[in-house]
Design a protein. Structure first.
Length: 404
């Protein structure tokens, strides 16, 4: 079972909204009651641990009857008390096993909380990207409508200009259709986040730290975390304790007993007796159960080895994905977008002067859109791949290490 862990705490970094993101995440976690659930589960295990160390309740018996002695009748009263005492140490071993279970549950509980935080932040990334798409689409529509208005208001319009106006109109309709989809998606994600946080979601920015900083962080994450090993040690310790229990099954349990009996007739008997009984495990000495535990331990070790190999294979894919999006989002696309914007202004001027047709301008404008979308999407993916790597390798990170 793969356990990975992520502690995502967004700290204030010069803007109000980065502080609000931290509050949103904390409120989302609080509203799910996951912390209370984990706390109650630990309390339940604590009670189990206390109960596991207790001896079984004593067995008490009472008896009453009638007796006759030399022709005289009377009553017979008696009592017995028995207490079982295990000699193989299974009570102490059971307590230790539950202690390890509590340690495991703490790790699992932290992982569940961290996973929830990651899911909330992933939704914030999606919401930010949809808002970027909406903003950019609105800007494109506004700019294209100005051009179409310019062509439509001319007193004498040539067939080429009419064709250009029609192409621009259809492009606007295409962008508006996509805008409706983005708007619907933005409202959908926002509704989910507001349901989790019980807060209105305001504006916030996603600004990456430097490429060197992010590369160092990635390499630190991919080295792994001790938490996975801690979990495995707890599982192994539980198996070791179970094995000890089964290997000691041959040791018999002891039962101490005391009995009292009195005949209430003249010359009646009075007796006291103390006894010791042993339950000898002849038919079930624990060998079969011990072999079963050993087999389970071998299965766990084999599974953990496969998980380690799978993570090593994932490391290559994660690194390629990280480097690809870091290169796009770290500045290369931004520089290309700025350069293309300058060129687009010249192309727009050529179009207004009638030197080129609308299709040429729209093709150049589409390139500008693609560059912008790839850039903002790359920023989102850089954060996403760091979250994925963190969850895979169990290395906790703070979002302030990723974003400015």
């Amino acid at each position: 079972m793969k356990f990975t862990f992520l502690f995502l705490l967004i700290v204030c970094s010069q803007t109000l909204w980065s502080q609000s993101l931290s509050e949103y995440v904390d409120k989302a976690v609080s509203n799910t009651d996951i912390l209370t659930q984990n706390e109650n589960h630990l309390k339940e295990l604590a009670y189990q641990k206390d109960a596991a160390g207790l001896l079984e309740n004593p067995s008490i018996g009472l008896e009453y009857g009638r007796v006759k002695n030399t022709g005289i009748s009377g009553s017979l009263v008696g009592a017995t008390v028995e207490q079982g005492i295990p000699l193989n140490g299974r009570l102490g071993l059971s307590e230790e096993k539950i202690s390890e279970e509590m340690h495991k549950q703490k790790i699992i509980g932290n992982w569940q909380v961290d996973k929830l935080k990651a899911e909330v932040l992933e939704n914030f990334l999606v919401l930010w990207l949809e808002r970027e798409k909406i903003s950019h689409a609105q800007h494109r529509i506004k700019d294209l409508k100005v051009l179409r208005q310019y062509l439509s208001n001319r007193k004498f319009t040539s067939p080429q200009q009419k064709s250009d106006a029609y192409l621009i109109k259809k492009k606007v309709e295409e962008i508006e259709f996509q805008l409706h989809q983005n708007t619907y998606r933005e409202k959908e994600v926002k509704r989910v986040l507001e349901g989790l946080t019980q807060e209105k979601i305001g504006h916030y920015e996603i600004t990456l730290r430097s490429e060197n900083t992010l590369r160092k962080l990635f390499e630190e994450i991919i080295k792994g975390s001790e938490v996975i090993q801690e979990y495995r040690k707890a599982v192994q310790k539980q198996s070791d304790l179970s094995l000890k229990q089964e290997e000691r099954r041959w040791i018999p349990d002891m039962t101490l007993g005391y009995s009292y009996q009195k005949e209430n007739v003249p010359g009646g008997n009075l007796s006291h007796a103390v006894g010791i009984n042993f339950s000898i495990p002849i038919f079930n000495s624990g060998n079969v159960q011990a072999n079963q535990v050993r087999a389970n331990m071998r299965v766990n070790k084999a599974r953990w080895k496969r998980e380690d190999l799978r993570r090593q294979a994932q490391a290559r894919a994660l690194r390629e994905r990280f480097e690809y999006f870091l290169k796009l989002g770290g500045g290369s696309l931004h520089a290309k977008e700025v350069s293309h914007q300058k060129e687009l202004k010249r192309i727009k001027d050529y179009f207004l002067k009638g030197l080129i047709n609308a299709q040429t301008y729209l093709d150049a404008e589409e390139i500008s859109h693609d560059l912008h979308y790839r850039q903002v999407n790359a920023k989102k993916e850089v954060v996403q791949v760091l979250l994925d790597t963190s969850l895979t390798y169990g290395k906790e990170i703070r979002i302030s290490e990723v974003l400015k």
